[in-house]
Design a protein around this ligand. Structure first.
Ligand code: CA
Length: 494
């Protein structure tokens, strides 16, 4: 079996020109060539404004088809262009994973009045003041779409919280009051109860709302032929709903829909607890490992590299871990900014692409680059895009993953600066197996015993960082090396 690679095909600063789906369609064959097996596309339906990235979700049924919220297309293009991109990816054997935002809705069409009580921002279980009537944009009529695909209209009672009172102009977290209403229990405990994240928080205890989202999920998978979902913000959604949604949508599709969920927490116990709560029905992004990369990149040679995998999901539950270096939220100037410094990215990508466990993600911003908005003297703002310095090494590591990263693994996280791993190869991939070493300090080396079956072999360094070859002795042992602040990938000379 081929090693899987997921490509996150967007970054936060992409120009809002409606060209992403066209670009993705053109890029499909290239992505397949470099070893990408699935593409994670951004929220592809209409948000509260055309330039929005899609997370301020307005209408889940409008994939750039109806004249709503400033135009027909989304930030990324029209429904027709999206369908072309999906077809191009499928024609190249690449799966398409849809970013699925079910926690909240934004950009309601009309205001409604209802009873609510403000709660403390830092402790959502603590009320502030008295219950009162507030006004918020909770009426979603979808005038551009009408009743096509669904006649469901959203009202205040389908939500559990809002962040604004239109009567007084007060901002804050407001819990909506009414029979059976309250924060969901199956959510993260940060801030007392982290059900509320932003905009109009959907009430997962309201059967009308949850039934409608399940209906939508079935419709979207069938209509577009998506191969899976990336569930947004599950930390803020009752885990019972996430499990139910995946179960209902998979049963209806009658095929094996992939799922990865975003639970943005460094607490390993929270991640493993969530996986257990949803019966293992979804993978999770390995957020603790991302933060290890971030801290290692910030600390430089002071970071103890033997701890690089500590507390990570990939070590605790490798079957459910989706490993990544950076994403649209961690990139510079984003909401959860914690971008891994450039010098460390080759090391981080080498680890996630060559280790045995975890489903690795390549981030658009690392492979193609992140767009910078630069203001010119005349006041015009220009989108400046430079080629990524990491693309070359990622291409090499992808090739190494595809050709050599097979078989059993020996981890070599036994030194404060030079660490690495061995993949022992397997019979299905002749010539496979590798030694990967990295150092965050000086150049380093390790004496590695690959076994007598490798006696006398000649090994070369695959990334081009070290020109010499190494000859293994009669026992299959050799001293493998890496440059300082770099990574080396050793493979058998063919
Ligand atoms: Ca919520």
């Amino acid at each position: 079996m081929k090693n899987g690679v997921l490509f996150q095909y967007f970054e936060w600063n992409l120009p809002a020109d409606g060209r992403l789906w066209e670009q993705l369609a053109r890029d499909a064959s290239h992505l397949a060539e470099i070893g990408v097996t699935a593409v994670w596309i951004p929220p592809a339906y209409k948000a509260d404004e055309q330039a929005d990235e899609g997370y301020a979700t307005y209408d889940l049924y409008d994939f750039g088809e109806f004249d709503q919220k400033g135009g027909v297309r989304t930030k990324y293009g029209t429904r027709g262009q999206l369908e072309n991109a999906i077809k191009a990816l499928h024609d190249n054997g690449v799966q398409v994973i849809l970013d699925t935002v079910l926690n909240h809705k934004a950009g309601g069409d009309n205001p409604e009045r209802f009873q609510a009580i403000q709660v403390e921002d830092g402790d959502r279980c603590k009320d502030v003041g008295e219950p009162r009537e507030i006004e918020a944009f909770t009426d979603f009529e979808f005038p551009g779409r009408g009743d096509k695909y669904s006649s469901f209209k959203w009202h205040w009672y389908h939500f559990s919280g809002v962040d604004y009172d239109n009567i007084t102009g007060d901002k804050g977290v407001f819990r909506i009051l009414g029979e059976g209403k309250g924060w969901s229990q199956g959510v993260d405990g940060e801030n007392g109860n982290y059900d509320y994240l932003l905009a109009n928080d959907i009430d997962m205890d309201n059967p009308e709302a949850t039934d409608e989202m399940c209906r939508w999920g079935k419709w979207a998978m069938k209509t577009f032929g998506f191969d899976g979902v990336r569930m947004d913000a599950v930390k803020h959604i009752d885990h019972n709903f996430t499990a139910r949604f995946l179960s209902v949508v998979r049963a209806d599709a009658g095929r094996d829909l992939y799922a990865v969920s975003e639970y943005w927490s460094q607490e390993l116990d929270s991640l493993t607890g969530f996986i257990k709560a949803v019966g293992g029905s979804t993978d999770l992004f390995d957020v603790p490992l991302h933060f290890n990369f971030y801290e290692a990149s910030e600390a430089g040679e002071k970071y103890d590299m033997s701890r690089l995998l500590d507390g990570s999901l990939v070590m605790a539950d490798g079957c459910h871990a989706v490993t990544f270096v950076d994403n649209h939220d961690s990139q510079p100037d984003s909401s959860l900014q914690s971008d891994v410094q450039d010098w460390f990215k080759p090391l981080a990508y080498a680890l996630i692409l060559l280790m045995k466990d975890g489903y690795p993600v390549i981030f658009y911003g690392d492979y193609y680059s992140i767009c910078h908005h630069e203001e010119e003297p005349d006041g015009n703002v220009d989108d400046v895009r430079e080629a990524s310095p990491h693309r070359h090494i990622i291409d090499i590591l992808l090739e190494a993953r595809c050709r050599y990263a097979y078989g059993e693994q020996t981890l070599l996280f036994d030194h404060c600066s030079t660490v690495g791993l061995v993949r022992h190869g397997d019979a299905e991939h002749p010539g496979s197996g590798l030694v990967m070493l990295m150092s965050n300090g000086d150049e380093g080396s390790k004496h590695i015993d690959l076994g007598p079956e490798h006696a006398g072999e000649s090994w070369r360094e695959f990334t081009g960082s070290i020109p010499d070859t190494i000859t293994l002795d009669e026992n299959g042992c050799a001293e493998f090396r890496t440059q300082g602040r770099n990574v080396a990938v050793w493979v058998r000379e063919s």
